[in-house]
Design a protein around this ligand. Structure first.
Ligand SMILES: [Cu+2]
Length: 460
């Protein structure tokens, strides 16, 4: 699905090392690959230099590069983009090379990288290489370490990758607006020693947040904290790729947080520990087991596990309103309230009034209510057993036997071995429910009100 911005060569030319022989001037700007879709691209294997296991970017891709002498050259284009958050909702964002977030940059410890940044936005920008150890003048802070990149201009960043690890990039110019509009991406530096911290599958995503009124197409950029869409790589459930894993694989999940609040990322079925932060690798002796890993604002956490238990394991932010899509907060709590009669009275005044929430909000998961154009249900998605009642930061780690190494295709839902799924028992199987008051007594008027409408249809 990659398309070419320029006219030179094929994808192989860009990703290969052999394409450019000899040194050309930095002014010879490499073409910028671009993509229009939120489809996960296959991992980009190194065609020269040290071997490494490339990352898989959820709903994203890795930026091709070219070798120029001993420099690895990349080209990022900051520009307006259209991003599908999930089928049914497209958002007008700012991003890089056709999408938000921008493509993942992958390189190797010790590489010299030259990154061209072209600004096609209506205002100036810069790129800050978050977590990277580099000369101060390459740090990308507009006004402090460099002049801003004006619209239409191209700047070059050059630095050597001193450490392997997990990093990210984002503007340091009109930051509140440019990050609220989706400008960010991941930057992975693989160890020079292919065996160091090696895993078999390596997933990466950036967490972002948006405030988008249902029915509109552009985020509200002045929102400080009260965002209504919590996204991984600018996608929400059920639009987030599943993490497909072969049983026995060593797996790493790397997540960067560029939202305005922390996210306790919780994965079911396993114990794991943080192996890497944006400050570097965590030594074995310094790790402790977790099942939720809090990713603070402006931080990255990678965790590792060995996928020895097959299944469809939920992975999600543990803040329950972050596994919701755009929702209204001014809905009253009605749990335990009998709204049937109340509903009738209100309907006389407001004909479209829909009483709900007396026994929870799960009914929202199945309901198909009319929505404005270009928004998503608050709770949505179906699994093999029914509605999931989720949105936002939620996906599934699918651990399977018998899939090929490096096969990321969706294997479908997990087929549970017989006798291993929670099941219903007949109501007469156990002791009867305990009664609070065993003595027969005259029902109070309130009891009658509650019971009557259901028990008596009015025709005995
Ligand atoms: Cu969260």
């Amino acid at each position: 699905m990659l398309s070419r911005r320029g006219f030179l060569g094929s994808a192989a030319v860009l990703s290969g090392a052999a394409a450019v022989s000899g040194r050309v001037q930095a002014a010879a700007i490499p073409e910028a690959a671009t993509t229009e879709t939120a489809t996960m691209q296959p991992p980009l294997y190194p065609s020269s230099g040290p071997d490494y296991q490339p990352v898989v970017t959820l709903n994203g891709w890795t930026l091709p590069w070219r070798m120029n002498g001993d420099w690895k050259e990349f080209h990022l284009v900051a520009e307006p983009v259209v991003r599908e958050f999930a089928p049914g909702m497209k958002v007008h964002l700012w991003g890089y090379n056709g999408q938000s977030p921008g493509p993942t940059i992958e390189a190797v410890e010790g590489d010299k990288v030259r990154i061209f940044v072209t600004n096609k936005l209506p205002e100036h920008t810069t790129i800050h290489w978050h977590g990277m150890l580099l000369p101060c003048g390459m740090d990308g802070v507009g006004g402090l370490t460099q002049p801003h990149i004006q619209p239409g201009k191209t700047f070059v960043y050059e630095f050597e990758l001193k450490k392997s690890g997990t990093f990210m990039y984002h503007p340091h110019a009109d930051e509140m607006v440019q990050m609220a509009m989706g400008m960010m991406g991941s930057f992975i530096v693989h160890p020079r020693d292919p065996k160091f911290m090696r895993v078999d599958r390596d997933f990466v995503f950036v967490m972002n947040n948006y405030d988008i009124d249902p029915g509109s197409y552009v985020p509200k950029v002045m929102t400080m904290l009260d965002h209504n869409l919590w996204t991984w790589n600018s996608r929400v459930f059920p639009g987030i790729d599943h993490l497909v894993v072969r049983k026995g694989d060593r797996v790493r999940v790397r997540s960067a947080n560029l939202t305005m609040t922390n996210h306790p990322i919780h994965m079911h079925g396993y114990h794991f520990s943080v192996s890497c932060t944006d400050g570097g690798w965590v030594q074995e002796s310094a790790r402790w087991p977790e099942v939720s890993i809090d990713v603070p604002v402006g931080s990255i956490r990678a965790f590792d596990f060995v996928a020895d238990v097959p299944g469809d394991w939920a992975i999600h932010c543990h803040k329950s309103h972050h596994t919701m899509n755009a929702m209204g907060h001014n809905v009253k709590t009605f749990i335990g309230v009998q709204k049937r009669d109340l509903g009738r009275s209100i309907k006389k005044l407001v004909p479209d009034y829909m009483p709900m929430g007396s026994s929870g909000m799960a009914e929202m998961g199945e309901m198909e209510m009319p929505l404005p154009d270009n928004t998503l249900p608050m709770m949505t998605g179906f699994g093999p057993f029914g509605p999931l009642e989720m949105g936002g930061m939620f996906s599934v780690v699918k651990v399977r036997e018998g899939i090929a190494a490096n096969d990321y295709k969706d294997p479908g839902w997990y087929q549970h071995p017989p006798g291993t799924v929670a099941y219903e028992v007949p109501n007469n199987a156990g002791p009867p429910p305990r009664r609070a008051d065993p003595a027969p007594s005259k029902p109070s008027s309130i009891d009658v009100q509650v019971v009557k409408p259901r028990q008596h249809g009015g025709h005995h």
